[in-house]
Design a protein around this ligand. Structure first.
Ligand code: ADP
Ligand code: S3P
Length: 302
């Protein structure tokens, strides 16, 4: 645990879990009202040091250490204990099949590649990279918007390909790609060295998310007139017509509409990033199991 977060602990308490039979380390967030400010409290849930761990009739005791996070971090979402446990268990199922291969998240702008990617990297013990950030670093500019403005989209795309080539030389990474990385066939050659996962989010939900944070950082949405929601929706619809098929090249598809229907409400805005990460791991596992079965068949037939 980082020293800074350890220092910011406000309180510690114990809970018991009779449902959990495996060691886990989780990350929960839950809302708490403090004064006038709605703050979110992040809870780092981890098995306590062996010296102080105790086992009560087959259940582990976990130490919960709490620290407070300011709301300005828009990545604060509320996930239940059950979701965190399911996520952890799912990751343990998938890890042997992954065999250290990287995961590339593809999807439209605002589909949650960064948010879900960070959760996946944490639970798999992988490192997280954002290809937009790598391009910014490589060209020495502070934002993708600046790169588009001072150079061109083509210049950005060339550097995006270079970033994906560099990333493909590594193992154990979760990569949040830029929404347009799928349009260049050459990028698929490198991303397919790992597992590609499409976060498929309805356009209206994307437009709502993007309108909430503004379109300034997303140069492809900025040129359309109108209020942020409408201009995001119009531009996203055009982009999706051009790219929909390309996203379909991904090895696994995580359809938010499908998850919401399974949960019985059909409202994608009620889905937590943790629930989406669980579905991603489930679909990655199915893909890898099929892949392994095909490999075995090919081996026996050869
Ligand atoms: N499941 C979700 N529900 C609601 N908002 C979300 C969800 N996932 C991400 N967001 C929000 O949507 C915006 C875009 O998410 P981000 O992860 O940056 O997407 P991307 O990397 O695909 O552009 C952020 O403000 C983020 O907090
Ligand atoms: O869809 C696109 O073409 C783009 C998406 C952006 O990334 P995010 O998907 O992370 O917003 C960024 O790469 C650039 O603005 C172009």
């Amino acid at each position: 645990m980082e020293a800074a977060s350890a220092l910011s602990y406000q309180s510690c308490s114990w809970i018991e879990s009779d449902r959990c039979r495996r060691i886990f380390k989780g990350d929960l967030r839950f809302p708490q009202r403090l004064g006038d400010d709605r703050l979110l409290q992040r809870v780092n849930l981890r098995l306590s040091q062996p010296a102080s761990a105790s086992y009560c009739s087959g259940s582990f005791r976990f130490k919960i250490a709490c620290c407070r996070n300011k709301k300005e971090d828009s990545e604060n979402f509320i996930s239940g204990v059950d979701e965190v446990l399911i996520l952890k268990r799912k990751s343990e199922d998938v890890i042997p099949y992954l065999n250290e291969r990287c995961i590339y998240l593809v999807g439209m702008m605002g589909s949650g590649k960064t948010t879900v990617g960070k959760i996946l990297s944490e639970v798999l013990g992988y490192s997280f990279f954002d290809s937009d950030k790598l391009v910014e670093q490589a060209v020495g500019m502070y934002s993708v918007a600046q790169i588009f403005k001072e150079h061109s989209e083509g210049f950005f795309r060339d550097n995006e390909t270079k970033a994906l080539i560099d990333l493909s030389l590594n193992r154990r990474l979760v990569v949040a790609t830029g929404g347009g990385a799928v349009i260049r066939p050459i990028n698929w050659r490198y991303m397919k060295r790992g597992i590609t996962v499409w976060l498929d989010v309805p356009l209206e939900a994307l437009a709502r998310r993007i309108a909430a944070v503004g379109t300034e950082s997303r140069p492809l949405l900025n040129k359309v007139p109108g209020d942020p929601y409408t201009k995001a929706l119009i531009r996203l619809s055009t982009l999706f017509k051009e790219r929909g098929d390309a996203y379909g090249n991904a090895d696994a598809r995580v359809c938010l509409q499908h998850i919401a229907s399974k949960q019985g409400h059909g409202d994608v805005s009620a889905l937590t990033p943790t629930a989406i990460a669980i579905e991603a791991l489930t679909n990655i596992e199915s893909f890898l199991k099929k892949d392994a079965a095909v490999e075995r068949l090919t081996y026996f037939n050869s």
